[in-house]
Design a protein. Structure first.
Lengths: 242, 232
């Protein structure tokens, strides 16, 4: 067991003692991910550079002139987020597995779902950070104002659903022989409802469509979030079981 | 090796006979549709394979839940068998649909809810097979497979709903079609009888194939165990 692992396991175990153990264990996992990222800045920088490259490629692939821009912006944004998100999800699970940290986490006497929610929230934070940088950059590059509260709400809700299912599938993919290529193959077909709804809702807010017409999409995202968080909560134990 | 059960042989013969009868009904008993002509005859097997394929995916999800609850590997074999057969059935559905769509809609393919959902369903279960392929430990393979069939089966209705929010041109032969639907027709009693018979036929074929595939799965498991025994 490495020094770092022992510290983490100790912190998680300490968190378990006393009341509100679940919440503290969860926060300990989130904190561990954030602290590790703060020191190395591996994940965020890779995701960010990747996201900007995707936007750059779209710029040439789609000829983002002002007329096309208004209709494809939400699509470009969500493809970028989805791709960058996959990168982060893969990495965040791979480092746990490679350095044996996952075993250390699982040995800690805490509810396993606290580990799932901790990892999922960590991934969500990374994804939101990337989005928070991509949005202003996109705004500057293409002079489309993306700072619409509705759009930000959609991005927040959509990212929740995407990371909820993504974290679950990443913890599965990491145990396979072909893990790096497998995650997007597993994730995209299952995440399609939330991606479609997010693209449509984002486009709705950007084109200032009346709220009643956007509501079905928003409801779909919320329903997806709730259902998949609940399912992930129920099945995560089976994934990490040895 | 266990011998082939007698009832399975009987089931095979029943499937073969039913299939020939269904084919005969499609071509000689059901009347030719007035507007679309002979190509409408694709409809009977198209609906039958789609229906049975969907039930098969549902069965795979249920078997997945059963596996997670019981940790009995037999459910994993059932789940895998159902997914494999349903994948083929669904593929047949899509091909037959395309054959019909070409004259009826003037295109082989269109991004319409049912078609898109069918394509995504195929991708989900292809991913399922790839996931299984990448895992060596049989217990883990079974657990992950079970989880993925459950996730897949939950996401399919959501996918359909999300695409349904667009308009559809797929005809709804049962229930109310959308006003944009193209290629609609109303069924005469012989048509309905042919359809019901086709669905029955494909259900029997599915059951017989499933049984074969489960036997094959059990044999494969035995081979794996023997191989492990030799290796040790």
């Amino acid at each position: 067991m490495s020094e770092e692992m022992r510290v983490v396991a100790g912190r998680v175990r300490a968190a378990q003692a006393g009341t509100g153990g679940f919440l503290r264990a969860l926060l300990a996992v989130v904190w561990k991910d954030l602290a590790a990222e703060l020191r190395s800045r591996e994940l965020i920088s890779a995701m960010l550079v990747f996201a900007l490259l995707v936007i750059l490629i779209f710029n040439f692939a789609l000829e983002l002139d002002p007329r096309t821009r208004s209709t494809v912006t939400s699509g470009v944004l969500w493809v970028t987020f989805a791709f960058a998100g996959t990168l982060g999800l893969n990495r965040s699970m791979a480092i746990e597995k490679d350095r044996g940290c996952l075993d250390g986490l699982l040995l800690a006497p805490v509810d396993r779902s606290a580990i799932y929610f901790g990892k999922a929230i960590g991934n969500l934070v990374f994804m939101l950070m990337v989005e928070a940088i991509v949005l202003p950059v996109y705004t500057v590059l293409y002079s489309v104002n993306l700072f619409h509260p509705g759009l930000i709400l959609v991005i927040f809700l959509g990212s929740i659903g995407y990371t909820a299912i993504g974290t679950l599938l990443a913890s599965m993919a990491v145990h396979t022989r072909t893990r790096d290529i497998l995650l997007p193959i597993l994730l995209f077909p299952v995440a399609i409802p939330v991606l479609i709804a997010a693209v449509k809702a984002s486009a709705g807010f950007l084109e200032a469509i009346p709220l009643e017409e956007i509501m079905p999409w928003l409801n779909l995202i919320i329903a997806y979030d709730v259902i998949f968080i609940a399912v992930a909560f129920m099945v995560f134990d089976f994934i990490v079981e040895e | 090796m266990e011998p082939k059960p007698r009832f399975l042989t009987i089931l095979d013969s029943i499937s073969a006979v039913l299939f020939v009868v269904a084919l005969g009904m499609v071509f000689f008993y059901a009347p030719t549709e007035r507007v679309m002509g002979a190509v409408q005859r694709v409809f009977y097997f198209h609906v039958a394979t789609a229906w049975v394929g969907m039930l098969g995916f549902m069965a795979a999800g249920v078997a997945g839940v059963a596996y997670l609850l019981s940790s009995d590997r037999k459910w994993d074999t059932v789940s895998l068998a159902a997914v494999e057969i349903s994948l083929v059935f669904f593929f047949v559905t899509i091909i037959m649909g395309s054959i019909w769509a070409r004259p009826a809609w003037g295109t082989w393919w269109t991004w319409e809810p049912r078609l898109t959902t069918a394509a995504i369903v195929e991708l989900i279960y292809a991913a399922y097979l790839m996931l299984r392929q990448g895992i060596e430990d049989p217990d883990r393979r079974a657990r992950f497979g079970a989880v993925y069939t459950i996730l897949g089966f939950i996401s399919v209705p959501a996918t359909f709903l999300s695409i349904r929010l667009y308009r559809t041109i797929h005809p709804t032969v049962f229930g109310v079609s959308s006003p944009e639907a193209e290629g609609e027709f109303s069924m005469t009693p012989p048509m309905l009888q042919t359809l019901i018979f086709s669905v029955l036929t494909f259900s029997v074929i599915f059951a017989s194939l499933l049984w074969h595939r489960i036997r094959l799965g059990r044999l494969a498991e035995k081979v794996e165990q023997l191989r492990l025994k030799i290796a040790h």
